[in-house]
Design a protein. Sequence first.
Length: 448
Amino acid sequence: MKWRALVLLAAGLAGCRGPYPTPPKGAAVTAPPFWRHELGSGATDARLDPHWWDRFGDPVIGQLVARALAHNPDLQSAIQRVFEAQAETRLALSAQLPHITGEVDGTGRAHVNGIDYSQYIIGGALSFDVDLFGRLREATRAARAQALATAADRDTVRLRLIADTVRDYVALRASDAALALLQDTLTNRQAEAARVRHQVAVGYAQASAAYQADSQVAAALAQIASTRLTITQQETALATLLGSPPADIPRGRPLMELPLPGPVAPIPARVLARRPDLISAADQIVAADHSLASARAAFLPDITLSPEIVTSAGGLQFSGTMWSVGGSLLAPIFVGGQLRANADIAASERDQAAWAYRAASLAAFAEVENALAAITRLAEQEQAAARLLDDNDRTLRDTKHRNSVGYTDYLTVLDAERTSLSSALDLIQIRAARLSQAATLYQAIGGG
């Protein structure tokens, strides 16, 4: 009868919670009906490839990605955070299970007639929270959802790490290509400077031409030194991603021989389903909802059962066993607004999670759209840059020929050389940007 009265009292207090707060208006996400920059009807769904970086056609990239996944400290920290979240889930679940404690107590007695008298007590107690209104269950569900969000955060770190490794390697190979071009340029300018000095010696050219030729050699040396510094810095940055001290980075295929991965044409719904940061944001909403439910359940009574069993023995006799079943109902009466404040905090955190999901979704759509646009426009830019380089090379050859027969001055040749070199360096950077944007697109659509 006592327990029935407790339950009836608890049910009567259940009306204290009031209406459940509604989610914020405007936080819902509507996917765009189409991408503004499509990659063509022949696009393939490369997102299903779990090793999308292999599409760059360089086995060294795969080796570097494997090293980064195994040793990058940021990823390892993210993995440990997943273990921590899983342990917190188990901790929350343990509150729903019975808690059993044991006691052994021995009390010494006086020595009488050659006999030592002692008393021993062996007891055990069980405590179990009935959780009639789901406060503990909701807390466990919140912890479980938070663990899933943490796992998705780990996947976000992993995806970003892979994309950064690919992009840094592409940037390194671009610097390598620029260095090779500059070294060839230096060789040609040194030969040209020697030729001009000979012409000055025989009176065919003025001394100013030799000075100009030597200045071009010095300019090439300065560019080579700057590029080598860039390569060192890029190797250091890539080594850091790999979780190692600064070291030489292995090289694979030259930049201009790296194939561009096939086009990708994802749809918005799949972007939402695959991106780990969006999965994390969705799990954060679930966790916040359960936390709010747990906070509101704290308004209601808490029923605890606590049976006990005690066995005692004194001297040479067994005294007997006693058992009892107890219980308690704790209902908040006045706690200075603490429960209401906790519920309001939980409601605000749920709304924040909803808005954070919207922000993450909009960012995802923007990242995919920008990557698609960049790939499309960079392809057009590379075609134009290749034609420009071809035209500048023809102009340089013609200018050199005209100079050799005395129809133009040496300054015109130097201008043509600088223009051709600048065009070649631009083409290298555009190709590197196309490859990097391909990695960015794979990252934007959630990887493999």
